[in-house]
Write a protein that binds this ligand. Structure first.
Ligand code: FES
Length: 158
């Protein structure tokens, strides 16, 4: 890991305000930001790790845990919540054997995420599977959709 982190540091050390670009470099490399990488950069750049974690937790684009090959995002903003967003999350947790949103299935295939308003309230509740928006979803619809995708093994690009 150290060699890879050195490479990321070299690529980003010249840039102004490089903390975010370093984090992007780590995430591009690993698909998430390992805690060890944060502590390595913290020591190396003499920047408190808390500053890195502050940025990571502020921006939803950064992830501290490995993510699945496929991302299912359920909107639980106000409009989606009122129309059953939370029921969709509960159903998917059951179907996918996950204890909570933010987890990834054991086979590494699917990560379930809860997101805030994605700006599509008129078609709430909204479920996004690998960047494809599915409008007016119910828990049952979502369950069927995921079962179909799993059967066809065709999550990507949907
Ligand atoms: S609350 Fe879900 S799209 Fe706005």
């Amino acid at each position: 890991m150290e060699k890879t982190l050195e490479k990321i540091l070299k690529e980003h050390e010249e840039k102004e305000g490089n903390l975010i670009s370093i984090l992007q470099g780590i995430q591009d490399t690993y698909g998430y930001i390992p805690h060890e990488a944060v502590h390595w950069f913290s020591k190396r750049l003499n920047i408190p790790a808390s500053r890195f974690f502050g940025v990571i937790t502020f921006y939803s684009q950064f992830h501290l845990n490995p993510r699945g090959k496929n991302i299912i995002s359920v909107c639980c903003g106000t409009a989606c919540h009122v129309k059953g967003g939370s029921k969709i999350v509960e159903r998917l947790q059951r179907d996918l054997n996950l204890n909570s949103a933010g987890e990834t299935t054991k086979d590494g295939e699917i990560t379930l995420e809860v997101v805030r308003c994605v700006g599509a309230c008129s078609i709430a509740p909204v479920v996004i599977v690998n960047n494809r928006v599915h409008p007016d979803m119910t828990a049952e619809d979502t369950s069927k959709l995921i079962k179909k995708f799993k059967k066809e093994k065709s999550y990507a690009g949907r």
